[in-house]
Design a protein around this ligand. Structure first.
Ligand code: ADP
Ligand code: MG
Length: 323
């Protein structure tokens, strides 16, 4: 079973960035208003995520690191109406399978905390621990027991780049959450909570870009599209600054990216890509996020409708603004 677990773990956990993504999503699901991420050596030595969320009951702690244990899905029907980021219950188990993991957690009702260590999938006994309300998860020596995967890790600079990108996507989707990222002695980001998406965008990408953004809003019930598209003077040689969100979750979607390209057609030089921050909100049953374990890709019930909504909204916006 252990080999099977390790193979399965590899599907979800590819590199430090996957750990950062999964742990941050859990913190968001736990209702955290503050999340601190600390990495050492590009995350190979240490990934630590501390949140002030709801914590885990000591009785549920062992379950939290077991395969397919999720507190978030109650019935099979829920699978089609996922409101939380996580729902498969495999992330923590996978992480604990391929690292030395420490969970330290306390709920608001408990007067003290508890901690659990899992080394390469082998859990120790749960111990009492003094800690504030919330959860800290420390992941050390990622892939220490899967040397092949460890060999695939790149330099700390490359890994920190991917991990930072995972952090940025979640920080963008959750502007009300205070998010901090440290790598070694360096503070990479410290993003205070805000109600204004533009403030978070400015904190991440600079005031100049944020001030040039064109606001986009189009509501076609039950689908709404809101956010910002950058003035065409801001473009990129790649499409990495095209941030799309669906119900608070960062997604990649080729069709929607194509719609963006079409909307900017004639406004950008060839080989340049627009920058945008756009979020779609719709009832969860109009999109299937359960397509792939990492959940970056979704299947829309009516992709064509979203394509047209995005294209026509941006086109009319560009026609009415002085570009
Ligand atoms: P999923 O998120 O798909 O439910 P995970 O393996 O990521 O599965 O987490 C397993 C369970 O552990 C979650 O369902 C949740 O109950 C608990 N959990 C994990 N991280 C946290 C956290 N930071 N705060 C509170 N509970 C957590
Ligand atoms: Mg999860």
């Amino acid at each position: 079973a252990s080999v099977v677990n390790k193979i399965a773990a590899g599907e979800v956990i590819e590199r430090p960035a996957s750990v950062v993504k999964e742990l941050l999503e859990n913190s968001i699901d736990a209702g955290a208003t503050r999340v601190d991420v600390r990495l050492e050596a590009g995350g190979r030595d240490l990934i630590r995520v501390t949140d002030n969320g709801c914590g885990i009951e000591p009785d549920d702690l062992m379950l939290a690191v077991s395969n397919h244990a999720t507190s978030k899905i109650v019935s099979a029907d829920d699978l089609f109406e996922v409101g939380t980021m996580g729902f498969r219950g495999e992330a923590l188990a996978s992480i604990a399978e391929v690292s030395r993991t420490l969970l330290r957690t306390r709920t608001a009702e408990a007067n003290s905390g508890a901690e659990l260590r899992v080394n390469g999938g082998v859990a120790e006994a749960i111990q009492p621990a003094g800690c504030p309300v919330g959860t800290t998860i420390e992941v050390r020596d990622l892939f220490f027991n899967t040397p092949v995967r460890q060999r695939f890790l790149r330099t700390p600079q490359t890994e920190i780049g991917h991990a930072t990108e995972a952090f940025v996507r979640i920080a963008l989707a959750n502007p009300k959450v205070h998010c901090r990222l440290e790598h070694g002695q360096r503070e990479v980001h410290d993003l205070p909570p805000t109600d204004d998406w533009r403030v978070r965008i400015a904190a991440l990408f600079g005031d100049e870009l944020a001030e040039s953004l064109i606001e986009v809003e189009s509501v076609d019930p039950p689908i709404s599209l809101r956010g910002y598209a950058a003035n065409p003077q801001y473009s990129r040689a790649n499409n990495r600054l095209q941030y799309l969100f669906l119900n608070g979750r960062n997604i990649r979607d080729r069709a929607l990216q194509h719609a963006l390209g079409e909307a900017y057609r004639g406004l950008l030089l060839t080989g340049r890509y627009p920058i945008c921050f756009l979020r779609f909100d719709m009832p969860a049953n109009l999109a299937d996020v359960n397509v792939h374990p990492t959940k970056l890709e979704v299947r829309f019930q009516d992709g064509g409708r979203l394509y047209s909504q995005l294209l026509s909204t941006l086109r009319s916006k560009f026609l009415s603004s002085d570009l």
